[in-house]
Design a binder for this molecule. Sequence first.
Ligand code: NAP
Length: 320
Amino acid sequence: MKAIRVHDFGGPEVLKIQQMPDPKPEGGQVLVRIKAAGVNPVDTYIRAGVYARKPSLPYTPGTDAGGVVEAVGAEVKRVKVGDRVYTNGTITGTYAELTLAEESRVHPLPPKISFAQGAALGVPYGTAFRALFQRTYAKPGETILVHGASGGVGTACVQLGRASGLTIIGTAGTDKGRALVKQEGAQHVVDHRDQDHTDQVMAITEGRGVDVIVEMLANVNLAKDLTMLAQGGRVVVVGNRGTIEINPRDTMIREASILGLILWAATDAELASIHAGIVAGLENGTLRPIVGHELPLAEAPQAHKLVLEPGSYGKIVLIP
Ligand code: NAP
């Protein structure tokens, strides 16, 4: 099979396409023929060698894919050869033609969801679900600010939140991104590049503030986020690329909470719950992943540049 391999941590140019032996499933493992692989910002941090979790070299990047079951180990019970599936974490990486995964990391992909959409689920929808329902416990009727709503996690938050009875304010940095956020269900859209976007959020909530903020760039926004929270509000830090000074008093007067989120900390039981919720949403049509760019597998270096650029529009996927 062809696969992208990383032999040294570094810039996007270290992503090289190579011929590799086909993996073989054993025991509870599933071999998936990949039709599309999701590109997540975390893949770039790992490739650069700056992430807390470093794989041993060489490795094939990627956790998320949509594809078809090619072969199964003797102990596999839930999926069979020929099933359409998506993955959320694999043993051999997803920037490849084939990937080997534990059965618990392979989920059914409903017929109306494309393979490229299947590649948009694992990290983005998993993170959005955890942010709303396992960290902030957002409740129907509450108002939520999705701070960075135009990308992979953001569009997932908007769709999940809307389907759950939340009022959604979504932000994006471009007209195209804001149109997408509105189209996916946000009742209000705001430009996070606008200096007075905090005032706009306060005006939308008639001065009350929002109950929940899902924050994609905490090092830029966290201090202002604390001033936009309603009494008892919660902000969950999903994305962060630096440091920031905050005034802790802003949490005291609102009895507000700052929560961290790292998807890798989800237990097997939590992941099972997350993917049961995602599959149900795909089946009932409330979850419709947005794929903004499809690139050939060999263009993984370009995909890694693109995923860090402003002007997000849903998900970037690689097609083997
Ligand atoms: P993405 O598809 O690249 O989207 C990035 C989002 O951030 C876009 O909506 C972008 O909007 C927005 N953004 C840019 N500047 C912003 C600002 N000043 N304020 C608010 N939002 C801003 O990335 P993603 O997959 O959605 O992931 C988002 C972040 O969460 C990344 O940093 C990623 O590493 C992190 N993440 C963390 C976890 C975890 O376990 N903690 C899991 C998944 C993702 P425009 O492009 O329209 O400006």
